[in-house]
Design a protein around this ligand. Sequence first.
Ligand SMILES: Cc1cc2nc3c(=O)[nH]c(=O)nc-3n(C[C@H](O)[C@H](O)[C@H](O)COP(=O)(O)OP(=O)(O)OC[C@H]3O[C@@H](n4cnc5c(N)ncnc54)[C@H](O)[C@@H]3O)c2cc1C
Length: 570
Amino acid sequence: MNYTEGNRENPYTFDDYLLVRDNYNYYSDDDFLKSLIRKYVGNEFTAIDKELTALSKYVSFRWREFANTANELENHLKVTRVKHYDAHNHRIDRIERCTETEILENEIFSLGLFDPDRNTPWSRFCIMFLLYQNGEAGVMCPIACTHGLIWLMQKYEESLSKETQNILERVRKGKNGIYEIGAQFVSEIQGGSDVPANLVEAVFEESEGQDGISNCWRLYGQKFFCSAVHADYALVTAKPKGVSSSTRIAAFVVPSWLPGNKNKEIRNSYTIDRLKPKLGTAELPTAEITYNGAVAYPIGPLEKGLADVVGIVLSLSRLHVAFGMAAGALRVVREATLYSQFRTAFGVPISSFPLMLNQIEDLNKFAKRSAAGAFKVYSEFIHFGEKLITGIRELEKISDLDDRKRRFRLRELIMLQKIVVADETPKMIRKAISFFGGHGVMEDFLSLPRLHRDSMIMELWEGPRNVLLTQIHRDFQRVKDWYDPRDFVKDLLDGMNNELIEDYANKFEEIVSFDNLLKNDEITKRICRDWEDFSNNLFIAYQEQALKEVDYEETPIKFSKLLRNFKKKI
Ligand SMILES: Cc1cc2nc3c(=O)[nH]c(=O)nc-3n(C[C@H](O)[C@H](O)[C@H](O)COP(=O)(O)OP(=O)(O)OC[C@H]3O[C@@H](n4cnc5c(N)ncnc54)[C@H](O)[C@@H]3O)c2cc1C
């Protein structure tokens, strides 16, 4: 130990840590991420490697700084503001955000992620994965929502009206280099989990409205959680009046401004009533809104809205939630581990204490298995041409049983991954924060507090844990004639030790053989508790197998080596 005399000129500095942390290139310096990408993208690797190498200079430095600046406390005031009226008493409901967030959004959307002429499925995924290392940052939720909107519209591309074709073109391929943005408004005040209980009405009106439009659907009612409310379009669920499916949910795309009105700030007959002050994703405006006759265009058959929205739009968002957090975890764990090697206590680096060594190991494994699992699940999505099937009934139309089972596994994996990664990430970030001691909760010292707040939100949106656990369990009741739960586990964990697979298969069979999780009695409570624990264990086993398949030879990150290298470079 190095006990010295007091020194009023305390020379302590964090500069070496900052030098390493802030010069680290998220892609070029991360051999693990490269190995993961190499394993999955096949012969696209050369092209994707080149693209990520160039893009990572923006993501790791310029865009990281924008995300940090937007998160400064004084900017929070700017990022959650709605201006309801202009100076001349016109209702405009203008969303005002921090300039850095706006630049970030423009630059990221200009990548044309969903433009088939600019990206392949794998390049799109790898870019999004890299971007998520900066957290949600006020941009990635709109990216996820735009993804969902485009994918749903693509499903019905052949039958889209002229207006909706035009909308699809603008969000997917852009116009004059500007790619427009989508949002999704499903949740209402009475509940977000129970979408069929939505009350927003859609009415087909022949007469001409004040906006000059006739013979169109119009929406009336309130939506209570509207993220990315600054977007150009929203995918909205509503119940259509006067049709045989009037009690069922339909899906509509609703422009925020009718053509020619965006510059005039005349919204499409709806008001933004209030912005919500949130714990996380604070750079992103989430609002409560009221439709007063907004022009809305149906997407797909009216009676299929619920299946389409849940099966395509929410499933895609669930993928985003999980791979986004997995990407963020790589950064969180890296920054915490580097700090633990830089920081000393009692004369030694804190990373040398056995208690810390275990924690570093846990975090490292968590981040890598989450990333590997995310790539493996997404590779299944890509295997099916990035197309999702909307429900069990559709699935049962697939005659090839192997194919049907594989599709079913993807459906279940998307839900499982979402709940497990969303459950683990806040705990893991909290642990990573503890490496920094008191500095860990200082907003201007590091990004982990922001990422931690964001991770809390991920648990809640796009299907809270209980809702998805119930859904997965119910799915197994519905497919039991053609997919034995034991076979499901065996197929899912293929490649793992057979004894372990047997254990998992036994446990899962026991849980699924209990046919109803909605009874309020002791035995159901016990099964529910088992299911909660088991769902985590099962998906973590899948992630571990995915990590093994990457065949990555671990070379632990070394603060001193990076410091030497970056100093030389500078
Ligand atoms: C920051 C943020 C942004 C959001 N942005 C959007 C958005 O842009 N668009 C949008 O449509 N929504 C959005 N949401 C809403 C989100 O999707 C809902 O909060 C979510 O669907 C849950 O709905 P709820 O809040 O009404 O909770 P409730 O539905 O009231 O659920 C409350 C609790 O009951 C549990 N529960 C419900 N059903 C069951 C069941 N069958 N079995 C066991 N437990 C159950 C749930 O797990 C949950 O824990 C956002 C939410 C947040 C926090």
